[in-house]
Every structure is written in C-alpha cells, then in structure tokens.
Design a protein around this ligand. Sequence first.
Ligand code: MG
Ligand code: ZN
Length: 222
Amino acid sequence: MKIIRPDEGEIFDIELDEDFLSKNRKLAEDNRKLLDKHKILAIDIMGSVGSGKTSLVTQLVKKLRNKYRIAALAGDTTTTIDAEQIKSAGADVLEINTGKECHLDANLVRKALKELALKKLDLLFIENVGNIICPADFPLGSHKRIVVLSLTEGPYVVLKHPFSFMDADVVAINKVDLSKATGIAPEEFEKQLKELKPSLKAVRTNCSTGKGIADVIKALGL
Ligand code: MG
Ligand code: ZN
C-alpha cells in the first residue's frame, strides 16, 4: 500500500522544532538537578484519555502515604477533577492546566516545582495530560515513567505507539477485569512489550479496585 509521510523538516508543528525540543530537554535537566538536590524521586505517568492514570496515582498514594511524603502534579487541559481525586487520597496536589496543549512540558513542571515545599517531599507523581503521542517528546525531569495501558484501548496500542513505551520503566496493563468484554488478553500486551523492550516491567492492574497496585510499587522499587 502507498504510504504518505512528511519529509524531513516538513511537519507544520512548532512542537517538533528542534530548538524548542532542546530547550525543553535543558529545562528537564534543571528539574532533575533540583529534584536530586532534595532527594525527591519523581515518577511521571503517561497514558491515553480514560486509561486510568488518575486512579493509579490515587491508589499509589493510598498505599504509600504512610511511608513517604508525597505530592502530585495533575496535568489536565481545563479541569481540576483529577487533582481533587488524588488530593482526597492524601497527597499534596498541584493542578497544571495546559489549556489547548496536549502534553506537559519541562517548563510547566519547573513552575510547579517552585510552588511545592520540596524540603518536605520524598516522592512526586506527575500525571501527564491524557495522550500517548507527544508526551514522549517532552522529558520533564522525572526519574521513572509509568505508562498506563488499558484493555479498552484496543489491541494495537503497543504496536502503533512504540516510542511511548520505549522510555517507560513500568507499564500498568489496566482494566484487566474487562478482558472478556474487550476480547483482549493481557498476555498479548505482555508479549508485545517484552519484544519491544525486554527490561520493561509489565504489571496487570485494576486501578478501580486496587488489584496489582502492590506489584506496581514493587516494580518501581518503592
Ligand atoms: Mg486523569
Ligand atoms: Zn502535545
């Protein structure tokens, strides 16, 4: 089949401008240094709209709040719905509204870090905007990445978006209770992920009930 692709430099998208991306990388390095200075482990969470990112962070906060001092950044286009939910689990939460932007960038995270009491933190979760395409181009300065992939997203997410998974440390294969309804077996994703990146840790979860959360914590080394 004939495939149409943009030539080098042909994409009309300021986000892909190399200068722009290198500025973001530099800011991400600064964020990392600041986090390291305060011995804060930062974990970002990436996933499609409705995959279960907020539910995952909420469950992680509930299970880890007695062990670590936790804050979360909730990236969202316009609302504070996710931030409220995570806050109710017992973490300090800052909302980052991106407006029309479909991803967080290192500058927004830098601004949020200025608002947090870094001396009183051990762990920071950064929930990205629901999107698994462009967040992959924008490192934020975090130490680890979780991608949430739910069975309701169809069988081809890993094959279609390999770059989104290449930088991940842990993948939460979520909504495993819907395996029958969706006709997708978690094994399929596990196999594809293993082929893509052997060191990637895939964990089966149901973030609504808390199933698999202990395994996610273990996979993160927390
Ligand atoms: Mg969310
Ligand atoms: Zn974007």
